[in-house]
Every structure is written in C-alpha cells, then in structure tokens.
Design a protein around this ligand. Structure first.
Ligand SMILES: Nc1nc2c(ncn2[C@@H]2O[C@H](COP(=O)(O)OP(=O)(O)OP(=O)(O)O)[C@@H](O)[C@H]2O)c(=O)[nH]1
Ligand SMILES: [Zn+2]
Length: 292
C-alpha cells in the first residue's frame, strides 16, 4: 500500500506527498474517528488510491513527537528565535519557550537575531554564553548583513523544524533569508493583514532545497504550563537534568532540599543564576496550576 507524508491539511482534506513526489488529495476513513486519531500535518501515513490523484488515508504511523498548537506531528527540531533588539531580549520569555521545546522532545537551536542593530558586542557574548553553558547551540544572525544565515541552513538539513519565538523577532525574515523562494510576509502584524495574508491559517510543510523541511507557522502559540508536573519542569532544563542524579534526593526539585547539586552549581556559577530564578518562578506557576 502506498505511503506518504501529510504536508498540508485543509477542511477535511489531507495533502499527502509520496516519496516519488506525487501529491495525493486524501480524506481520512471514518475508522480514525472511532479510534480517536486525527491525522495531522507531518504524519507519515498509508493510503489507498481512489484514482484521479485522490485517495483515502488508512493508517497513521506512530508519531515521534506531537505539537498541540499548532498541531503538527513528527517535528524534530525547534529554531528558537529571539531578537537582540526591537524587541529587546527577554530571557524569561526565551526560557519559557525553551521549556516547551524540551517538553515536546525537540532538538533546539537558538537564534539571536538582528545583530546588525547591536553596537555593544558584549551583550551578544553574554546571552550566547548563558545558553551555550545550558547546552544549546547558539547562532547570531542578521538578515541585513547575512551573518549566521548559512549556519542556520546547515542545522535545518535533514530534519523537520519549526521556528518559535515572539512576534516581531524575525522568524519570517530569517526563513526568507534561508530560502528566498518562501516569500513569507514580514513586518508588523497589521501590515501583514493589510497585505491580504491568508486569514485562515493552515499549517503547511515546506521543503528546503538542501533537504530538510520547515513548518510555515510558528511553533508554540501558547506558553502556559497547564498539565505539567513539577518534576517534568526541572527535566526541561538540560543543565539541571545533567546534574540531578547528583542531588541527595531522588525527585529533588532543586529548591531548598539539602545537598542539591543544581543549587550548588548555581552558587559556583556553573549554572546561570538567571535561568535558575526563572525556573523557580515557573515552578510556582506549575504548583499554582496543580492546586486548582
Ligand atoms: N535590522 C533588522 N531587522 C530585522 C531583522 N530580521 C527581521 N527584521 C525586521 O523585524 C520585523 C519583524 O520581522 P518578521 O520576520 O516579520 O518577524 P516574525 O517573527 O516573523 O513576526 P510574526 O510573524 O509576527 O511572528 C520586520 O520589520 C523585519 O524587517 C534583522 O536581522 N535585522
Ligand atoms: Zn537538586
């Protein structure tokens, strides 16, 4: 039975691309509704031809990952985008996005954009070092000077990625610089609407010329910790995860437990104190959500 990947979904139709590059317009059999499975963009599926470029999806392969908002299956990597200027870096927001990427099980590459607007090189060094120390690859980019664009291109090869980050940080601009063929609208939200950008957003997977794919919609449109456990949260900080087996207590939340390896690393300056502060705030949020 033929197989393929759902690259786009619009009102009950799934566009499935076969390894040979054919695009098949499919519907899903009712059997999925019974099984409570909704096919998602990114899903690898089997289908039956019904002729004339059309078919029926008969099976959805197990997913590697699943994002909820936007709904995409099998994303492997998040390119987390944070501007250095306009808007200024907000480390707490950035850490929040990173936690969500970790929870979804994605590889992360951090892009610090708009370096052309920064005169103080030290700031780039400072932010870069916080996140490299945490264990993330960091790329400084500018679509004006072209800095870092090719490095991001290399990271995108051979994977399905989403771009994540606040509005205006330069996600669409970066994608256009990576592959000018995308021609994504950039600029303020109002000017995007003004230019008649399609208002009903559909998720679509775009192919990169060098291999690799990106979803044309920003990942993680909601950043609450609803449904998260405290222990899960601490595991979403890779530098804590690495050290937690050295804590005296299993399940240590690295708050006031004695002999906590994470706290001791913060004191020694091996774990960034700012990230740790954000963790404590997120932990309070998680606990408050659990209480109600
Ligand atoms: N100077 C400078 N401006 C940039 C750079 N990248 C993006 N911009 C500008 O920043 C603004 C926002 O860029 P977008 O690419 O639309 O940002 P976005 O993250 O896609 O925004 P949303 O679609 O709202 O999520 C635009 O006016 C861009 O021209 C850069 O590297 N340097
Ligand atoms: Zn601990």
């Amino acid at each position: 039975m033929p197989e393929g990947q759902i690259v786009r979904a619009v009102s009950g139709f799934y566009y499935v691309r076969t390894p040979e590059g054919e695009k098949v317009q499919c519907r899903a059999r009712g059997v999925f509704k019974k099984k409570n499975v909704t096919p998602l963009v990114g899903d690898l599926v089997r289908f039956d031809w019904t002729g004339d470029g059309q078919g029926f999806i008969t099976e959805v392969k197990p997913r590697k990952t699943q994002l909820i908002r936007p709904p995409i299956a099998n994303v492997e990597q998040a390119i987390v985008v944070s501007a250095l200027r306009e808007p200024a870096v907000q480390l707490m927001v950035l850490d929040r996005v990173l936690v969500h990427c970790e929870k979804a099980g994605l590889d992360v590459v951090l892009c610090l954009t708009k370096t052309d607007l920064v005169t103080d090189e030290e700031e780039i060094v400072r932010v870069r070092s916080i996140y490299e120390t945490a264990g993330y690859p960091v790329v400084a980019t500018s679509v004006v000077t072209g800095e870092g664009i090719d490095t991001v291109r290399q990271y995108l090869k051979g994977k399905l990625s989403v771009f994540a980050g606040q509005s205006g940080v330069g996600k669409s601009s970066l994608l256009n610089a990576i592959h000018p063929g995308f021609q994504l609208a950039t600029g303020s939200v109002s000017s995007k609407i003004g230019r008649g950008r399609h208002t009903t957003r559909t998720v679509e997977i775009l192919d990169l010329p060098d291999g690799g794919q990106v979803a044309d919609t920003p990942g993680f449109s909601q950043l609450t910790f609803q449904g998260m456990e405290a222990s899960e949260l601490s595991d979403c900080f890779p530098e804590f995860r690495l050290r937690s087996s050295e804590c005296r207590f299993r399940g240590c939340l690295h708050r006031n437990e004695p002999d906590c390896a994470v706290r001791s690393a913060v004191e020694k300056g091996e774990v960034d104190a700012g990230r740790y502060e954000h963790y404590l705030q997120f932990l309070q949020e998680v606990e408050a959500l659990r209480r109600y």
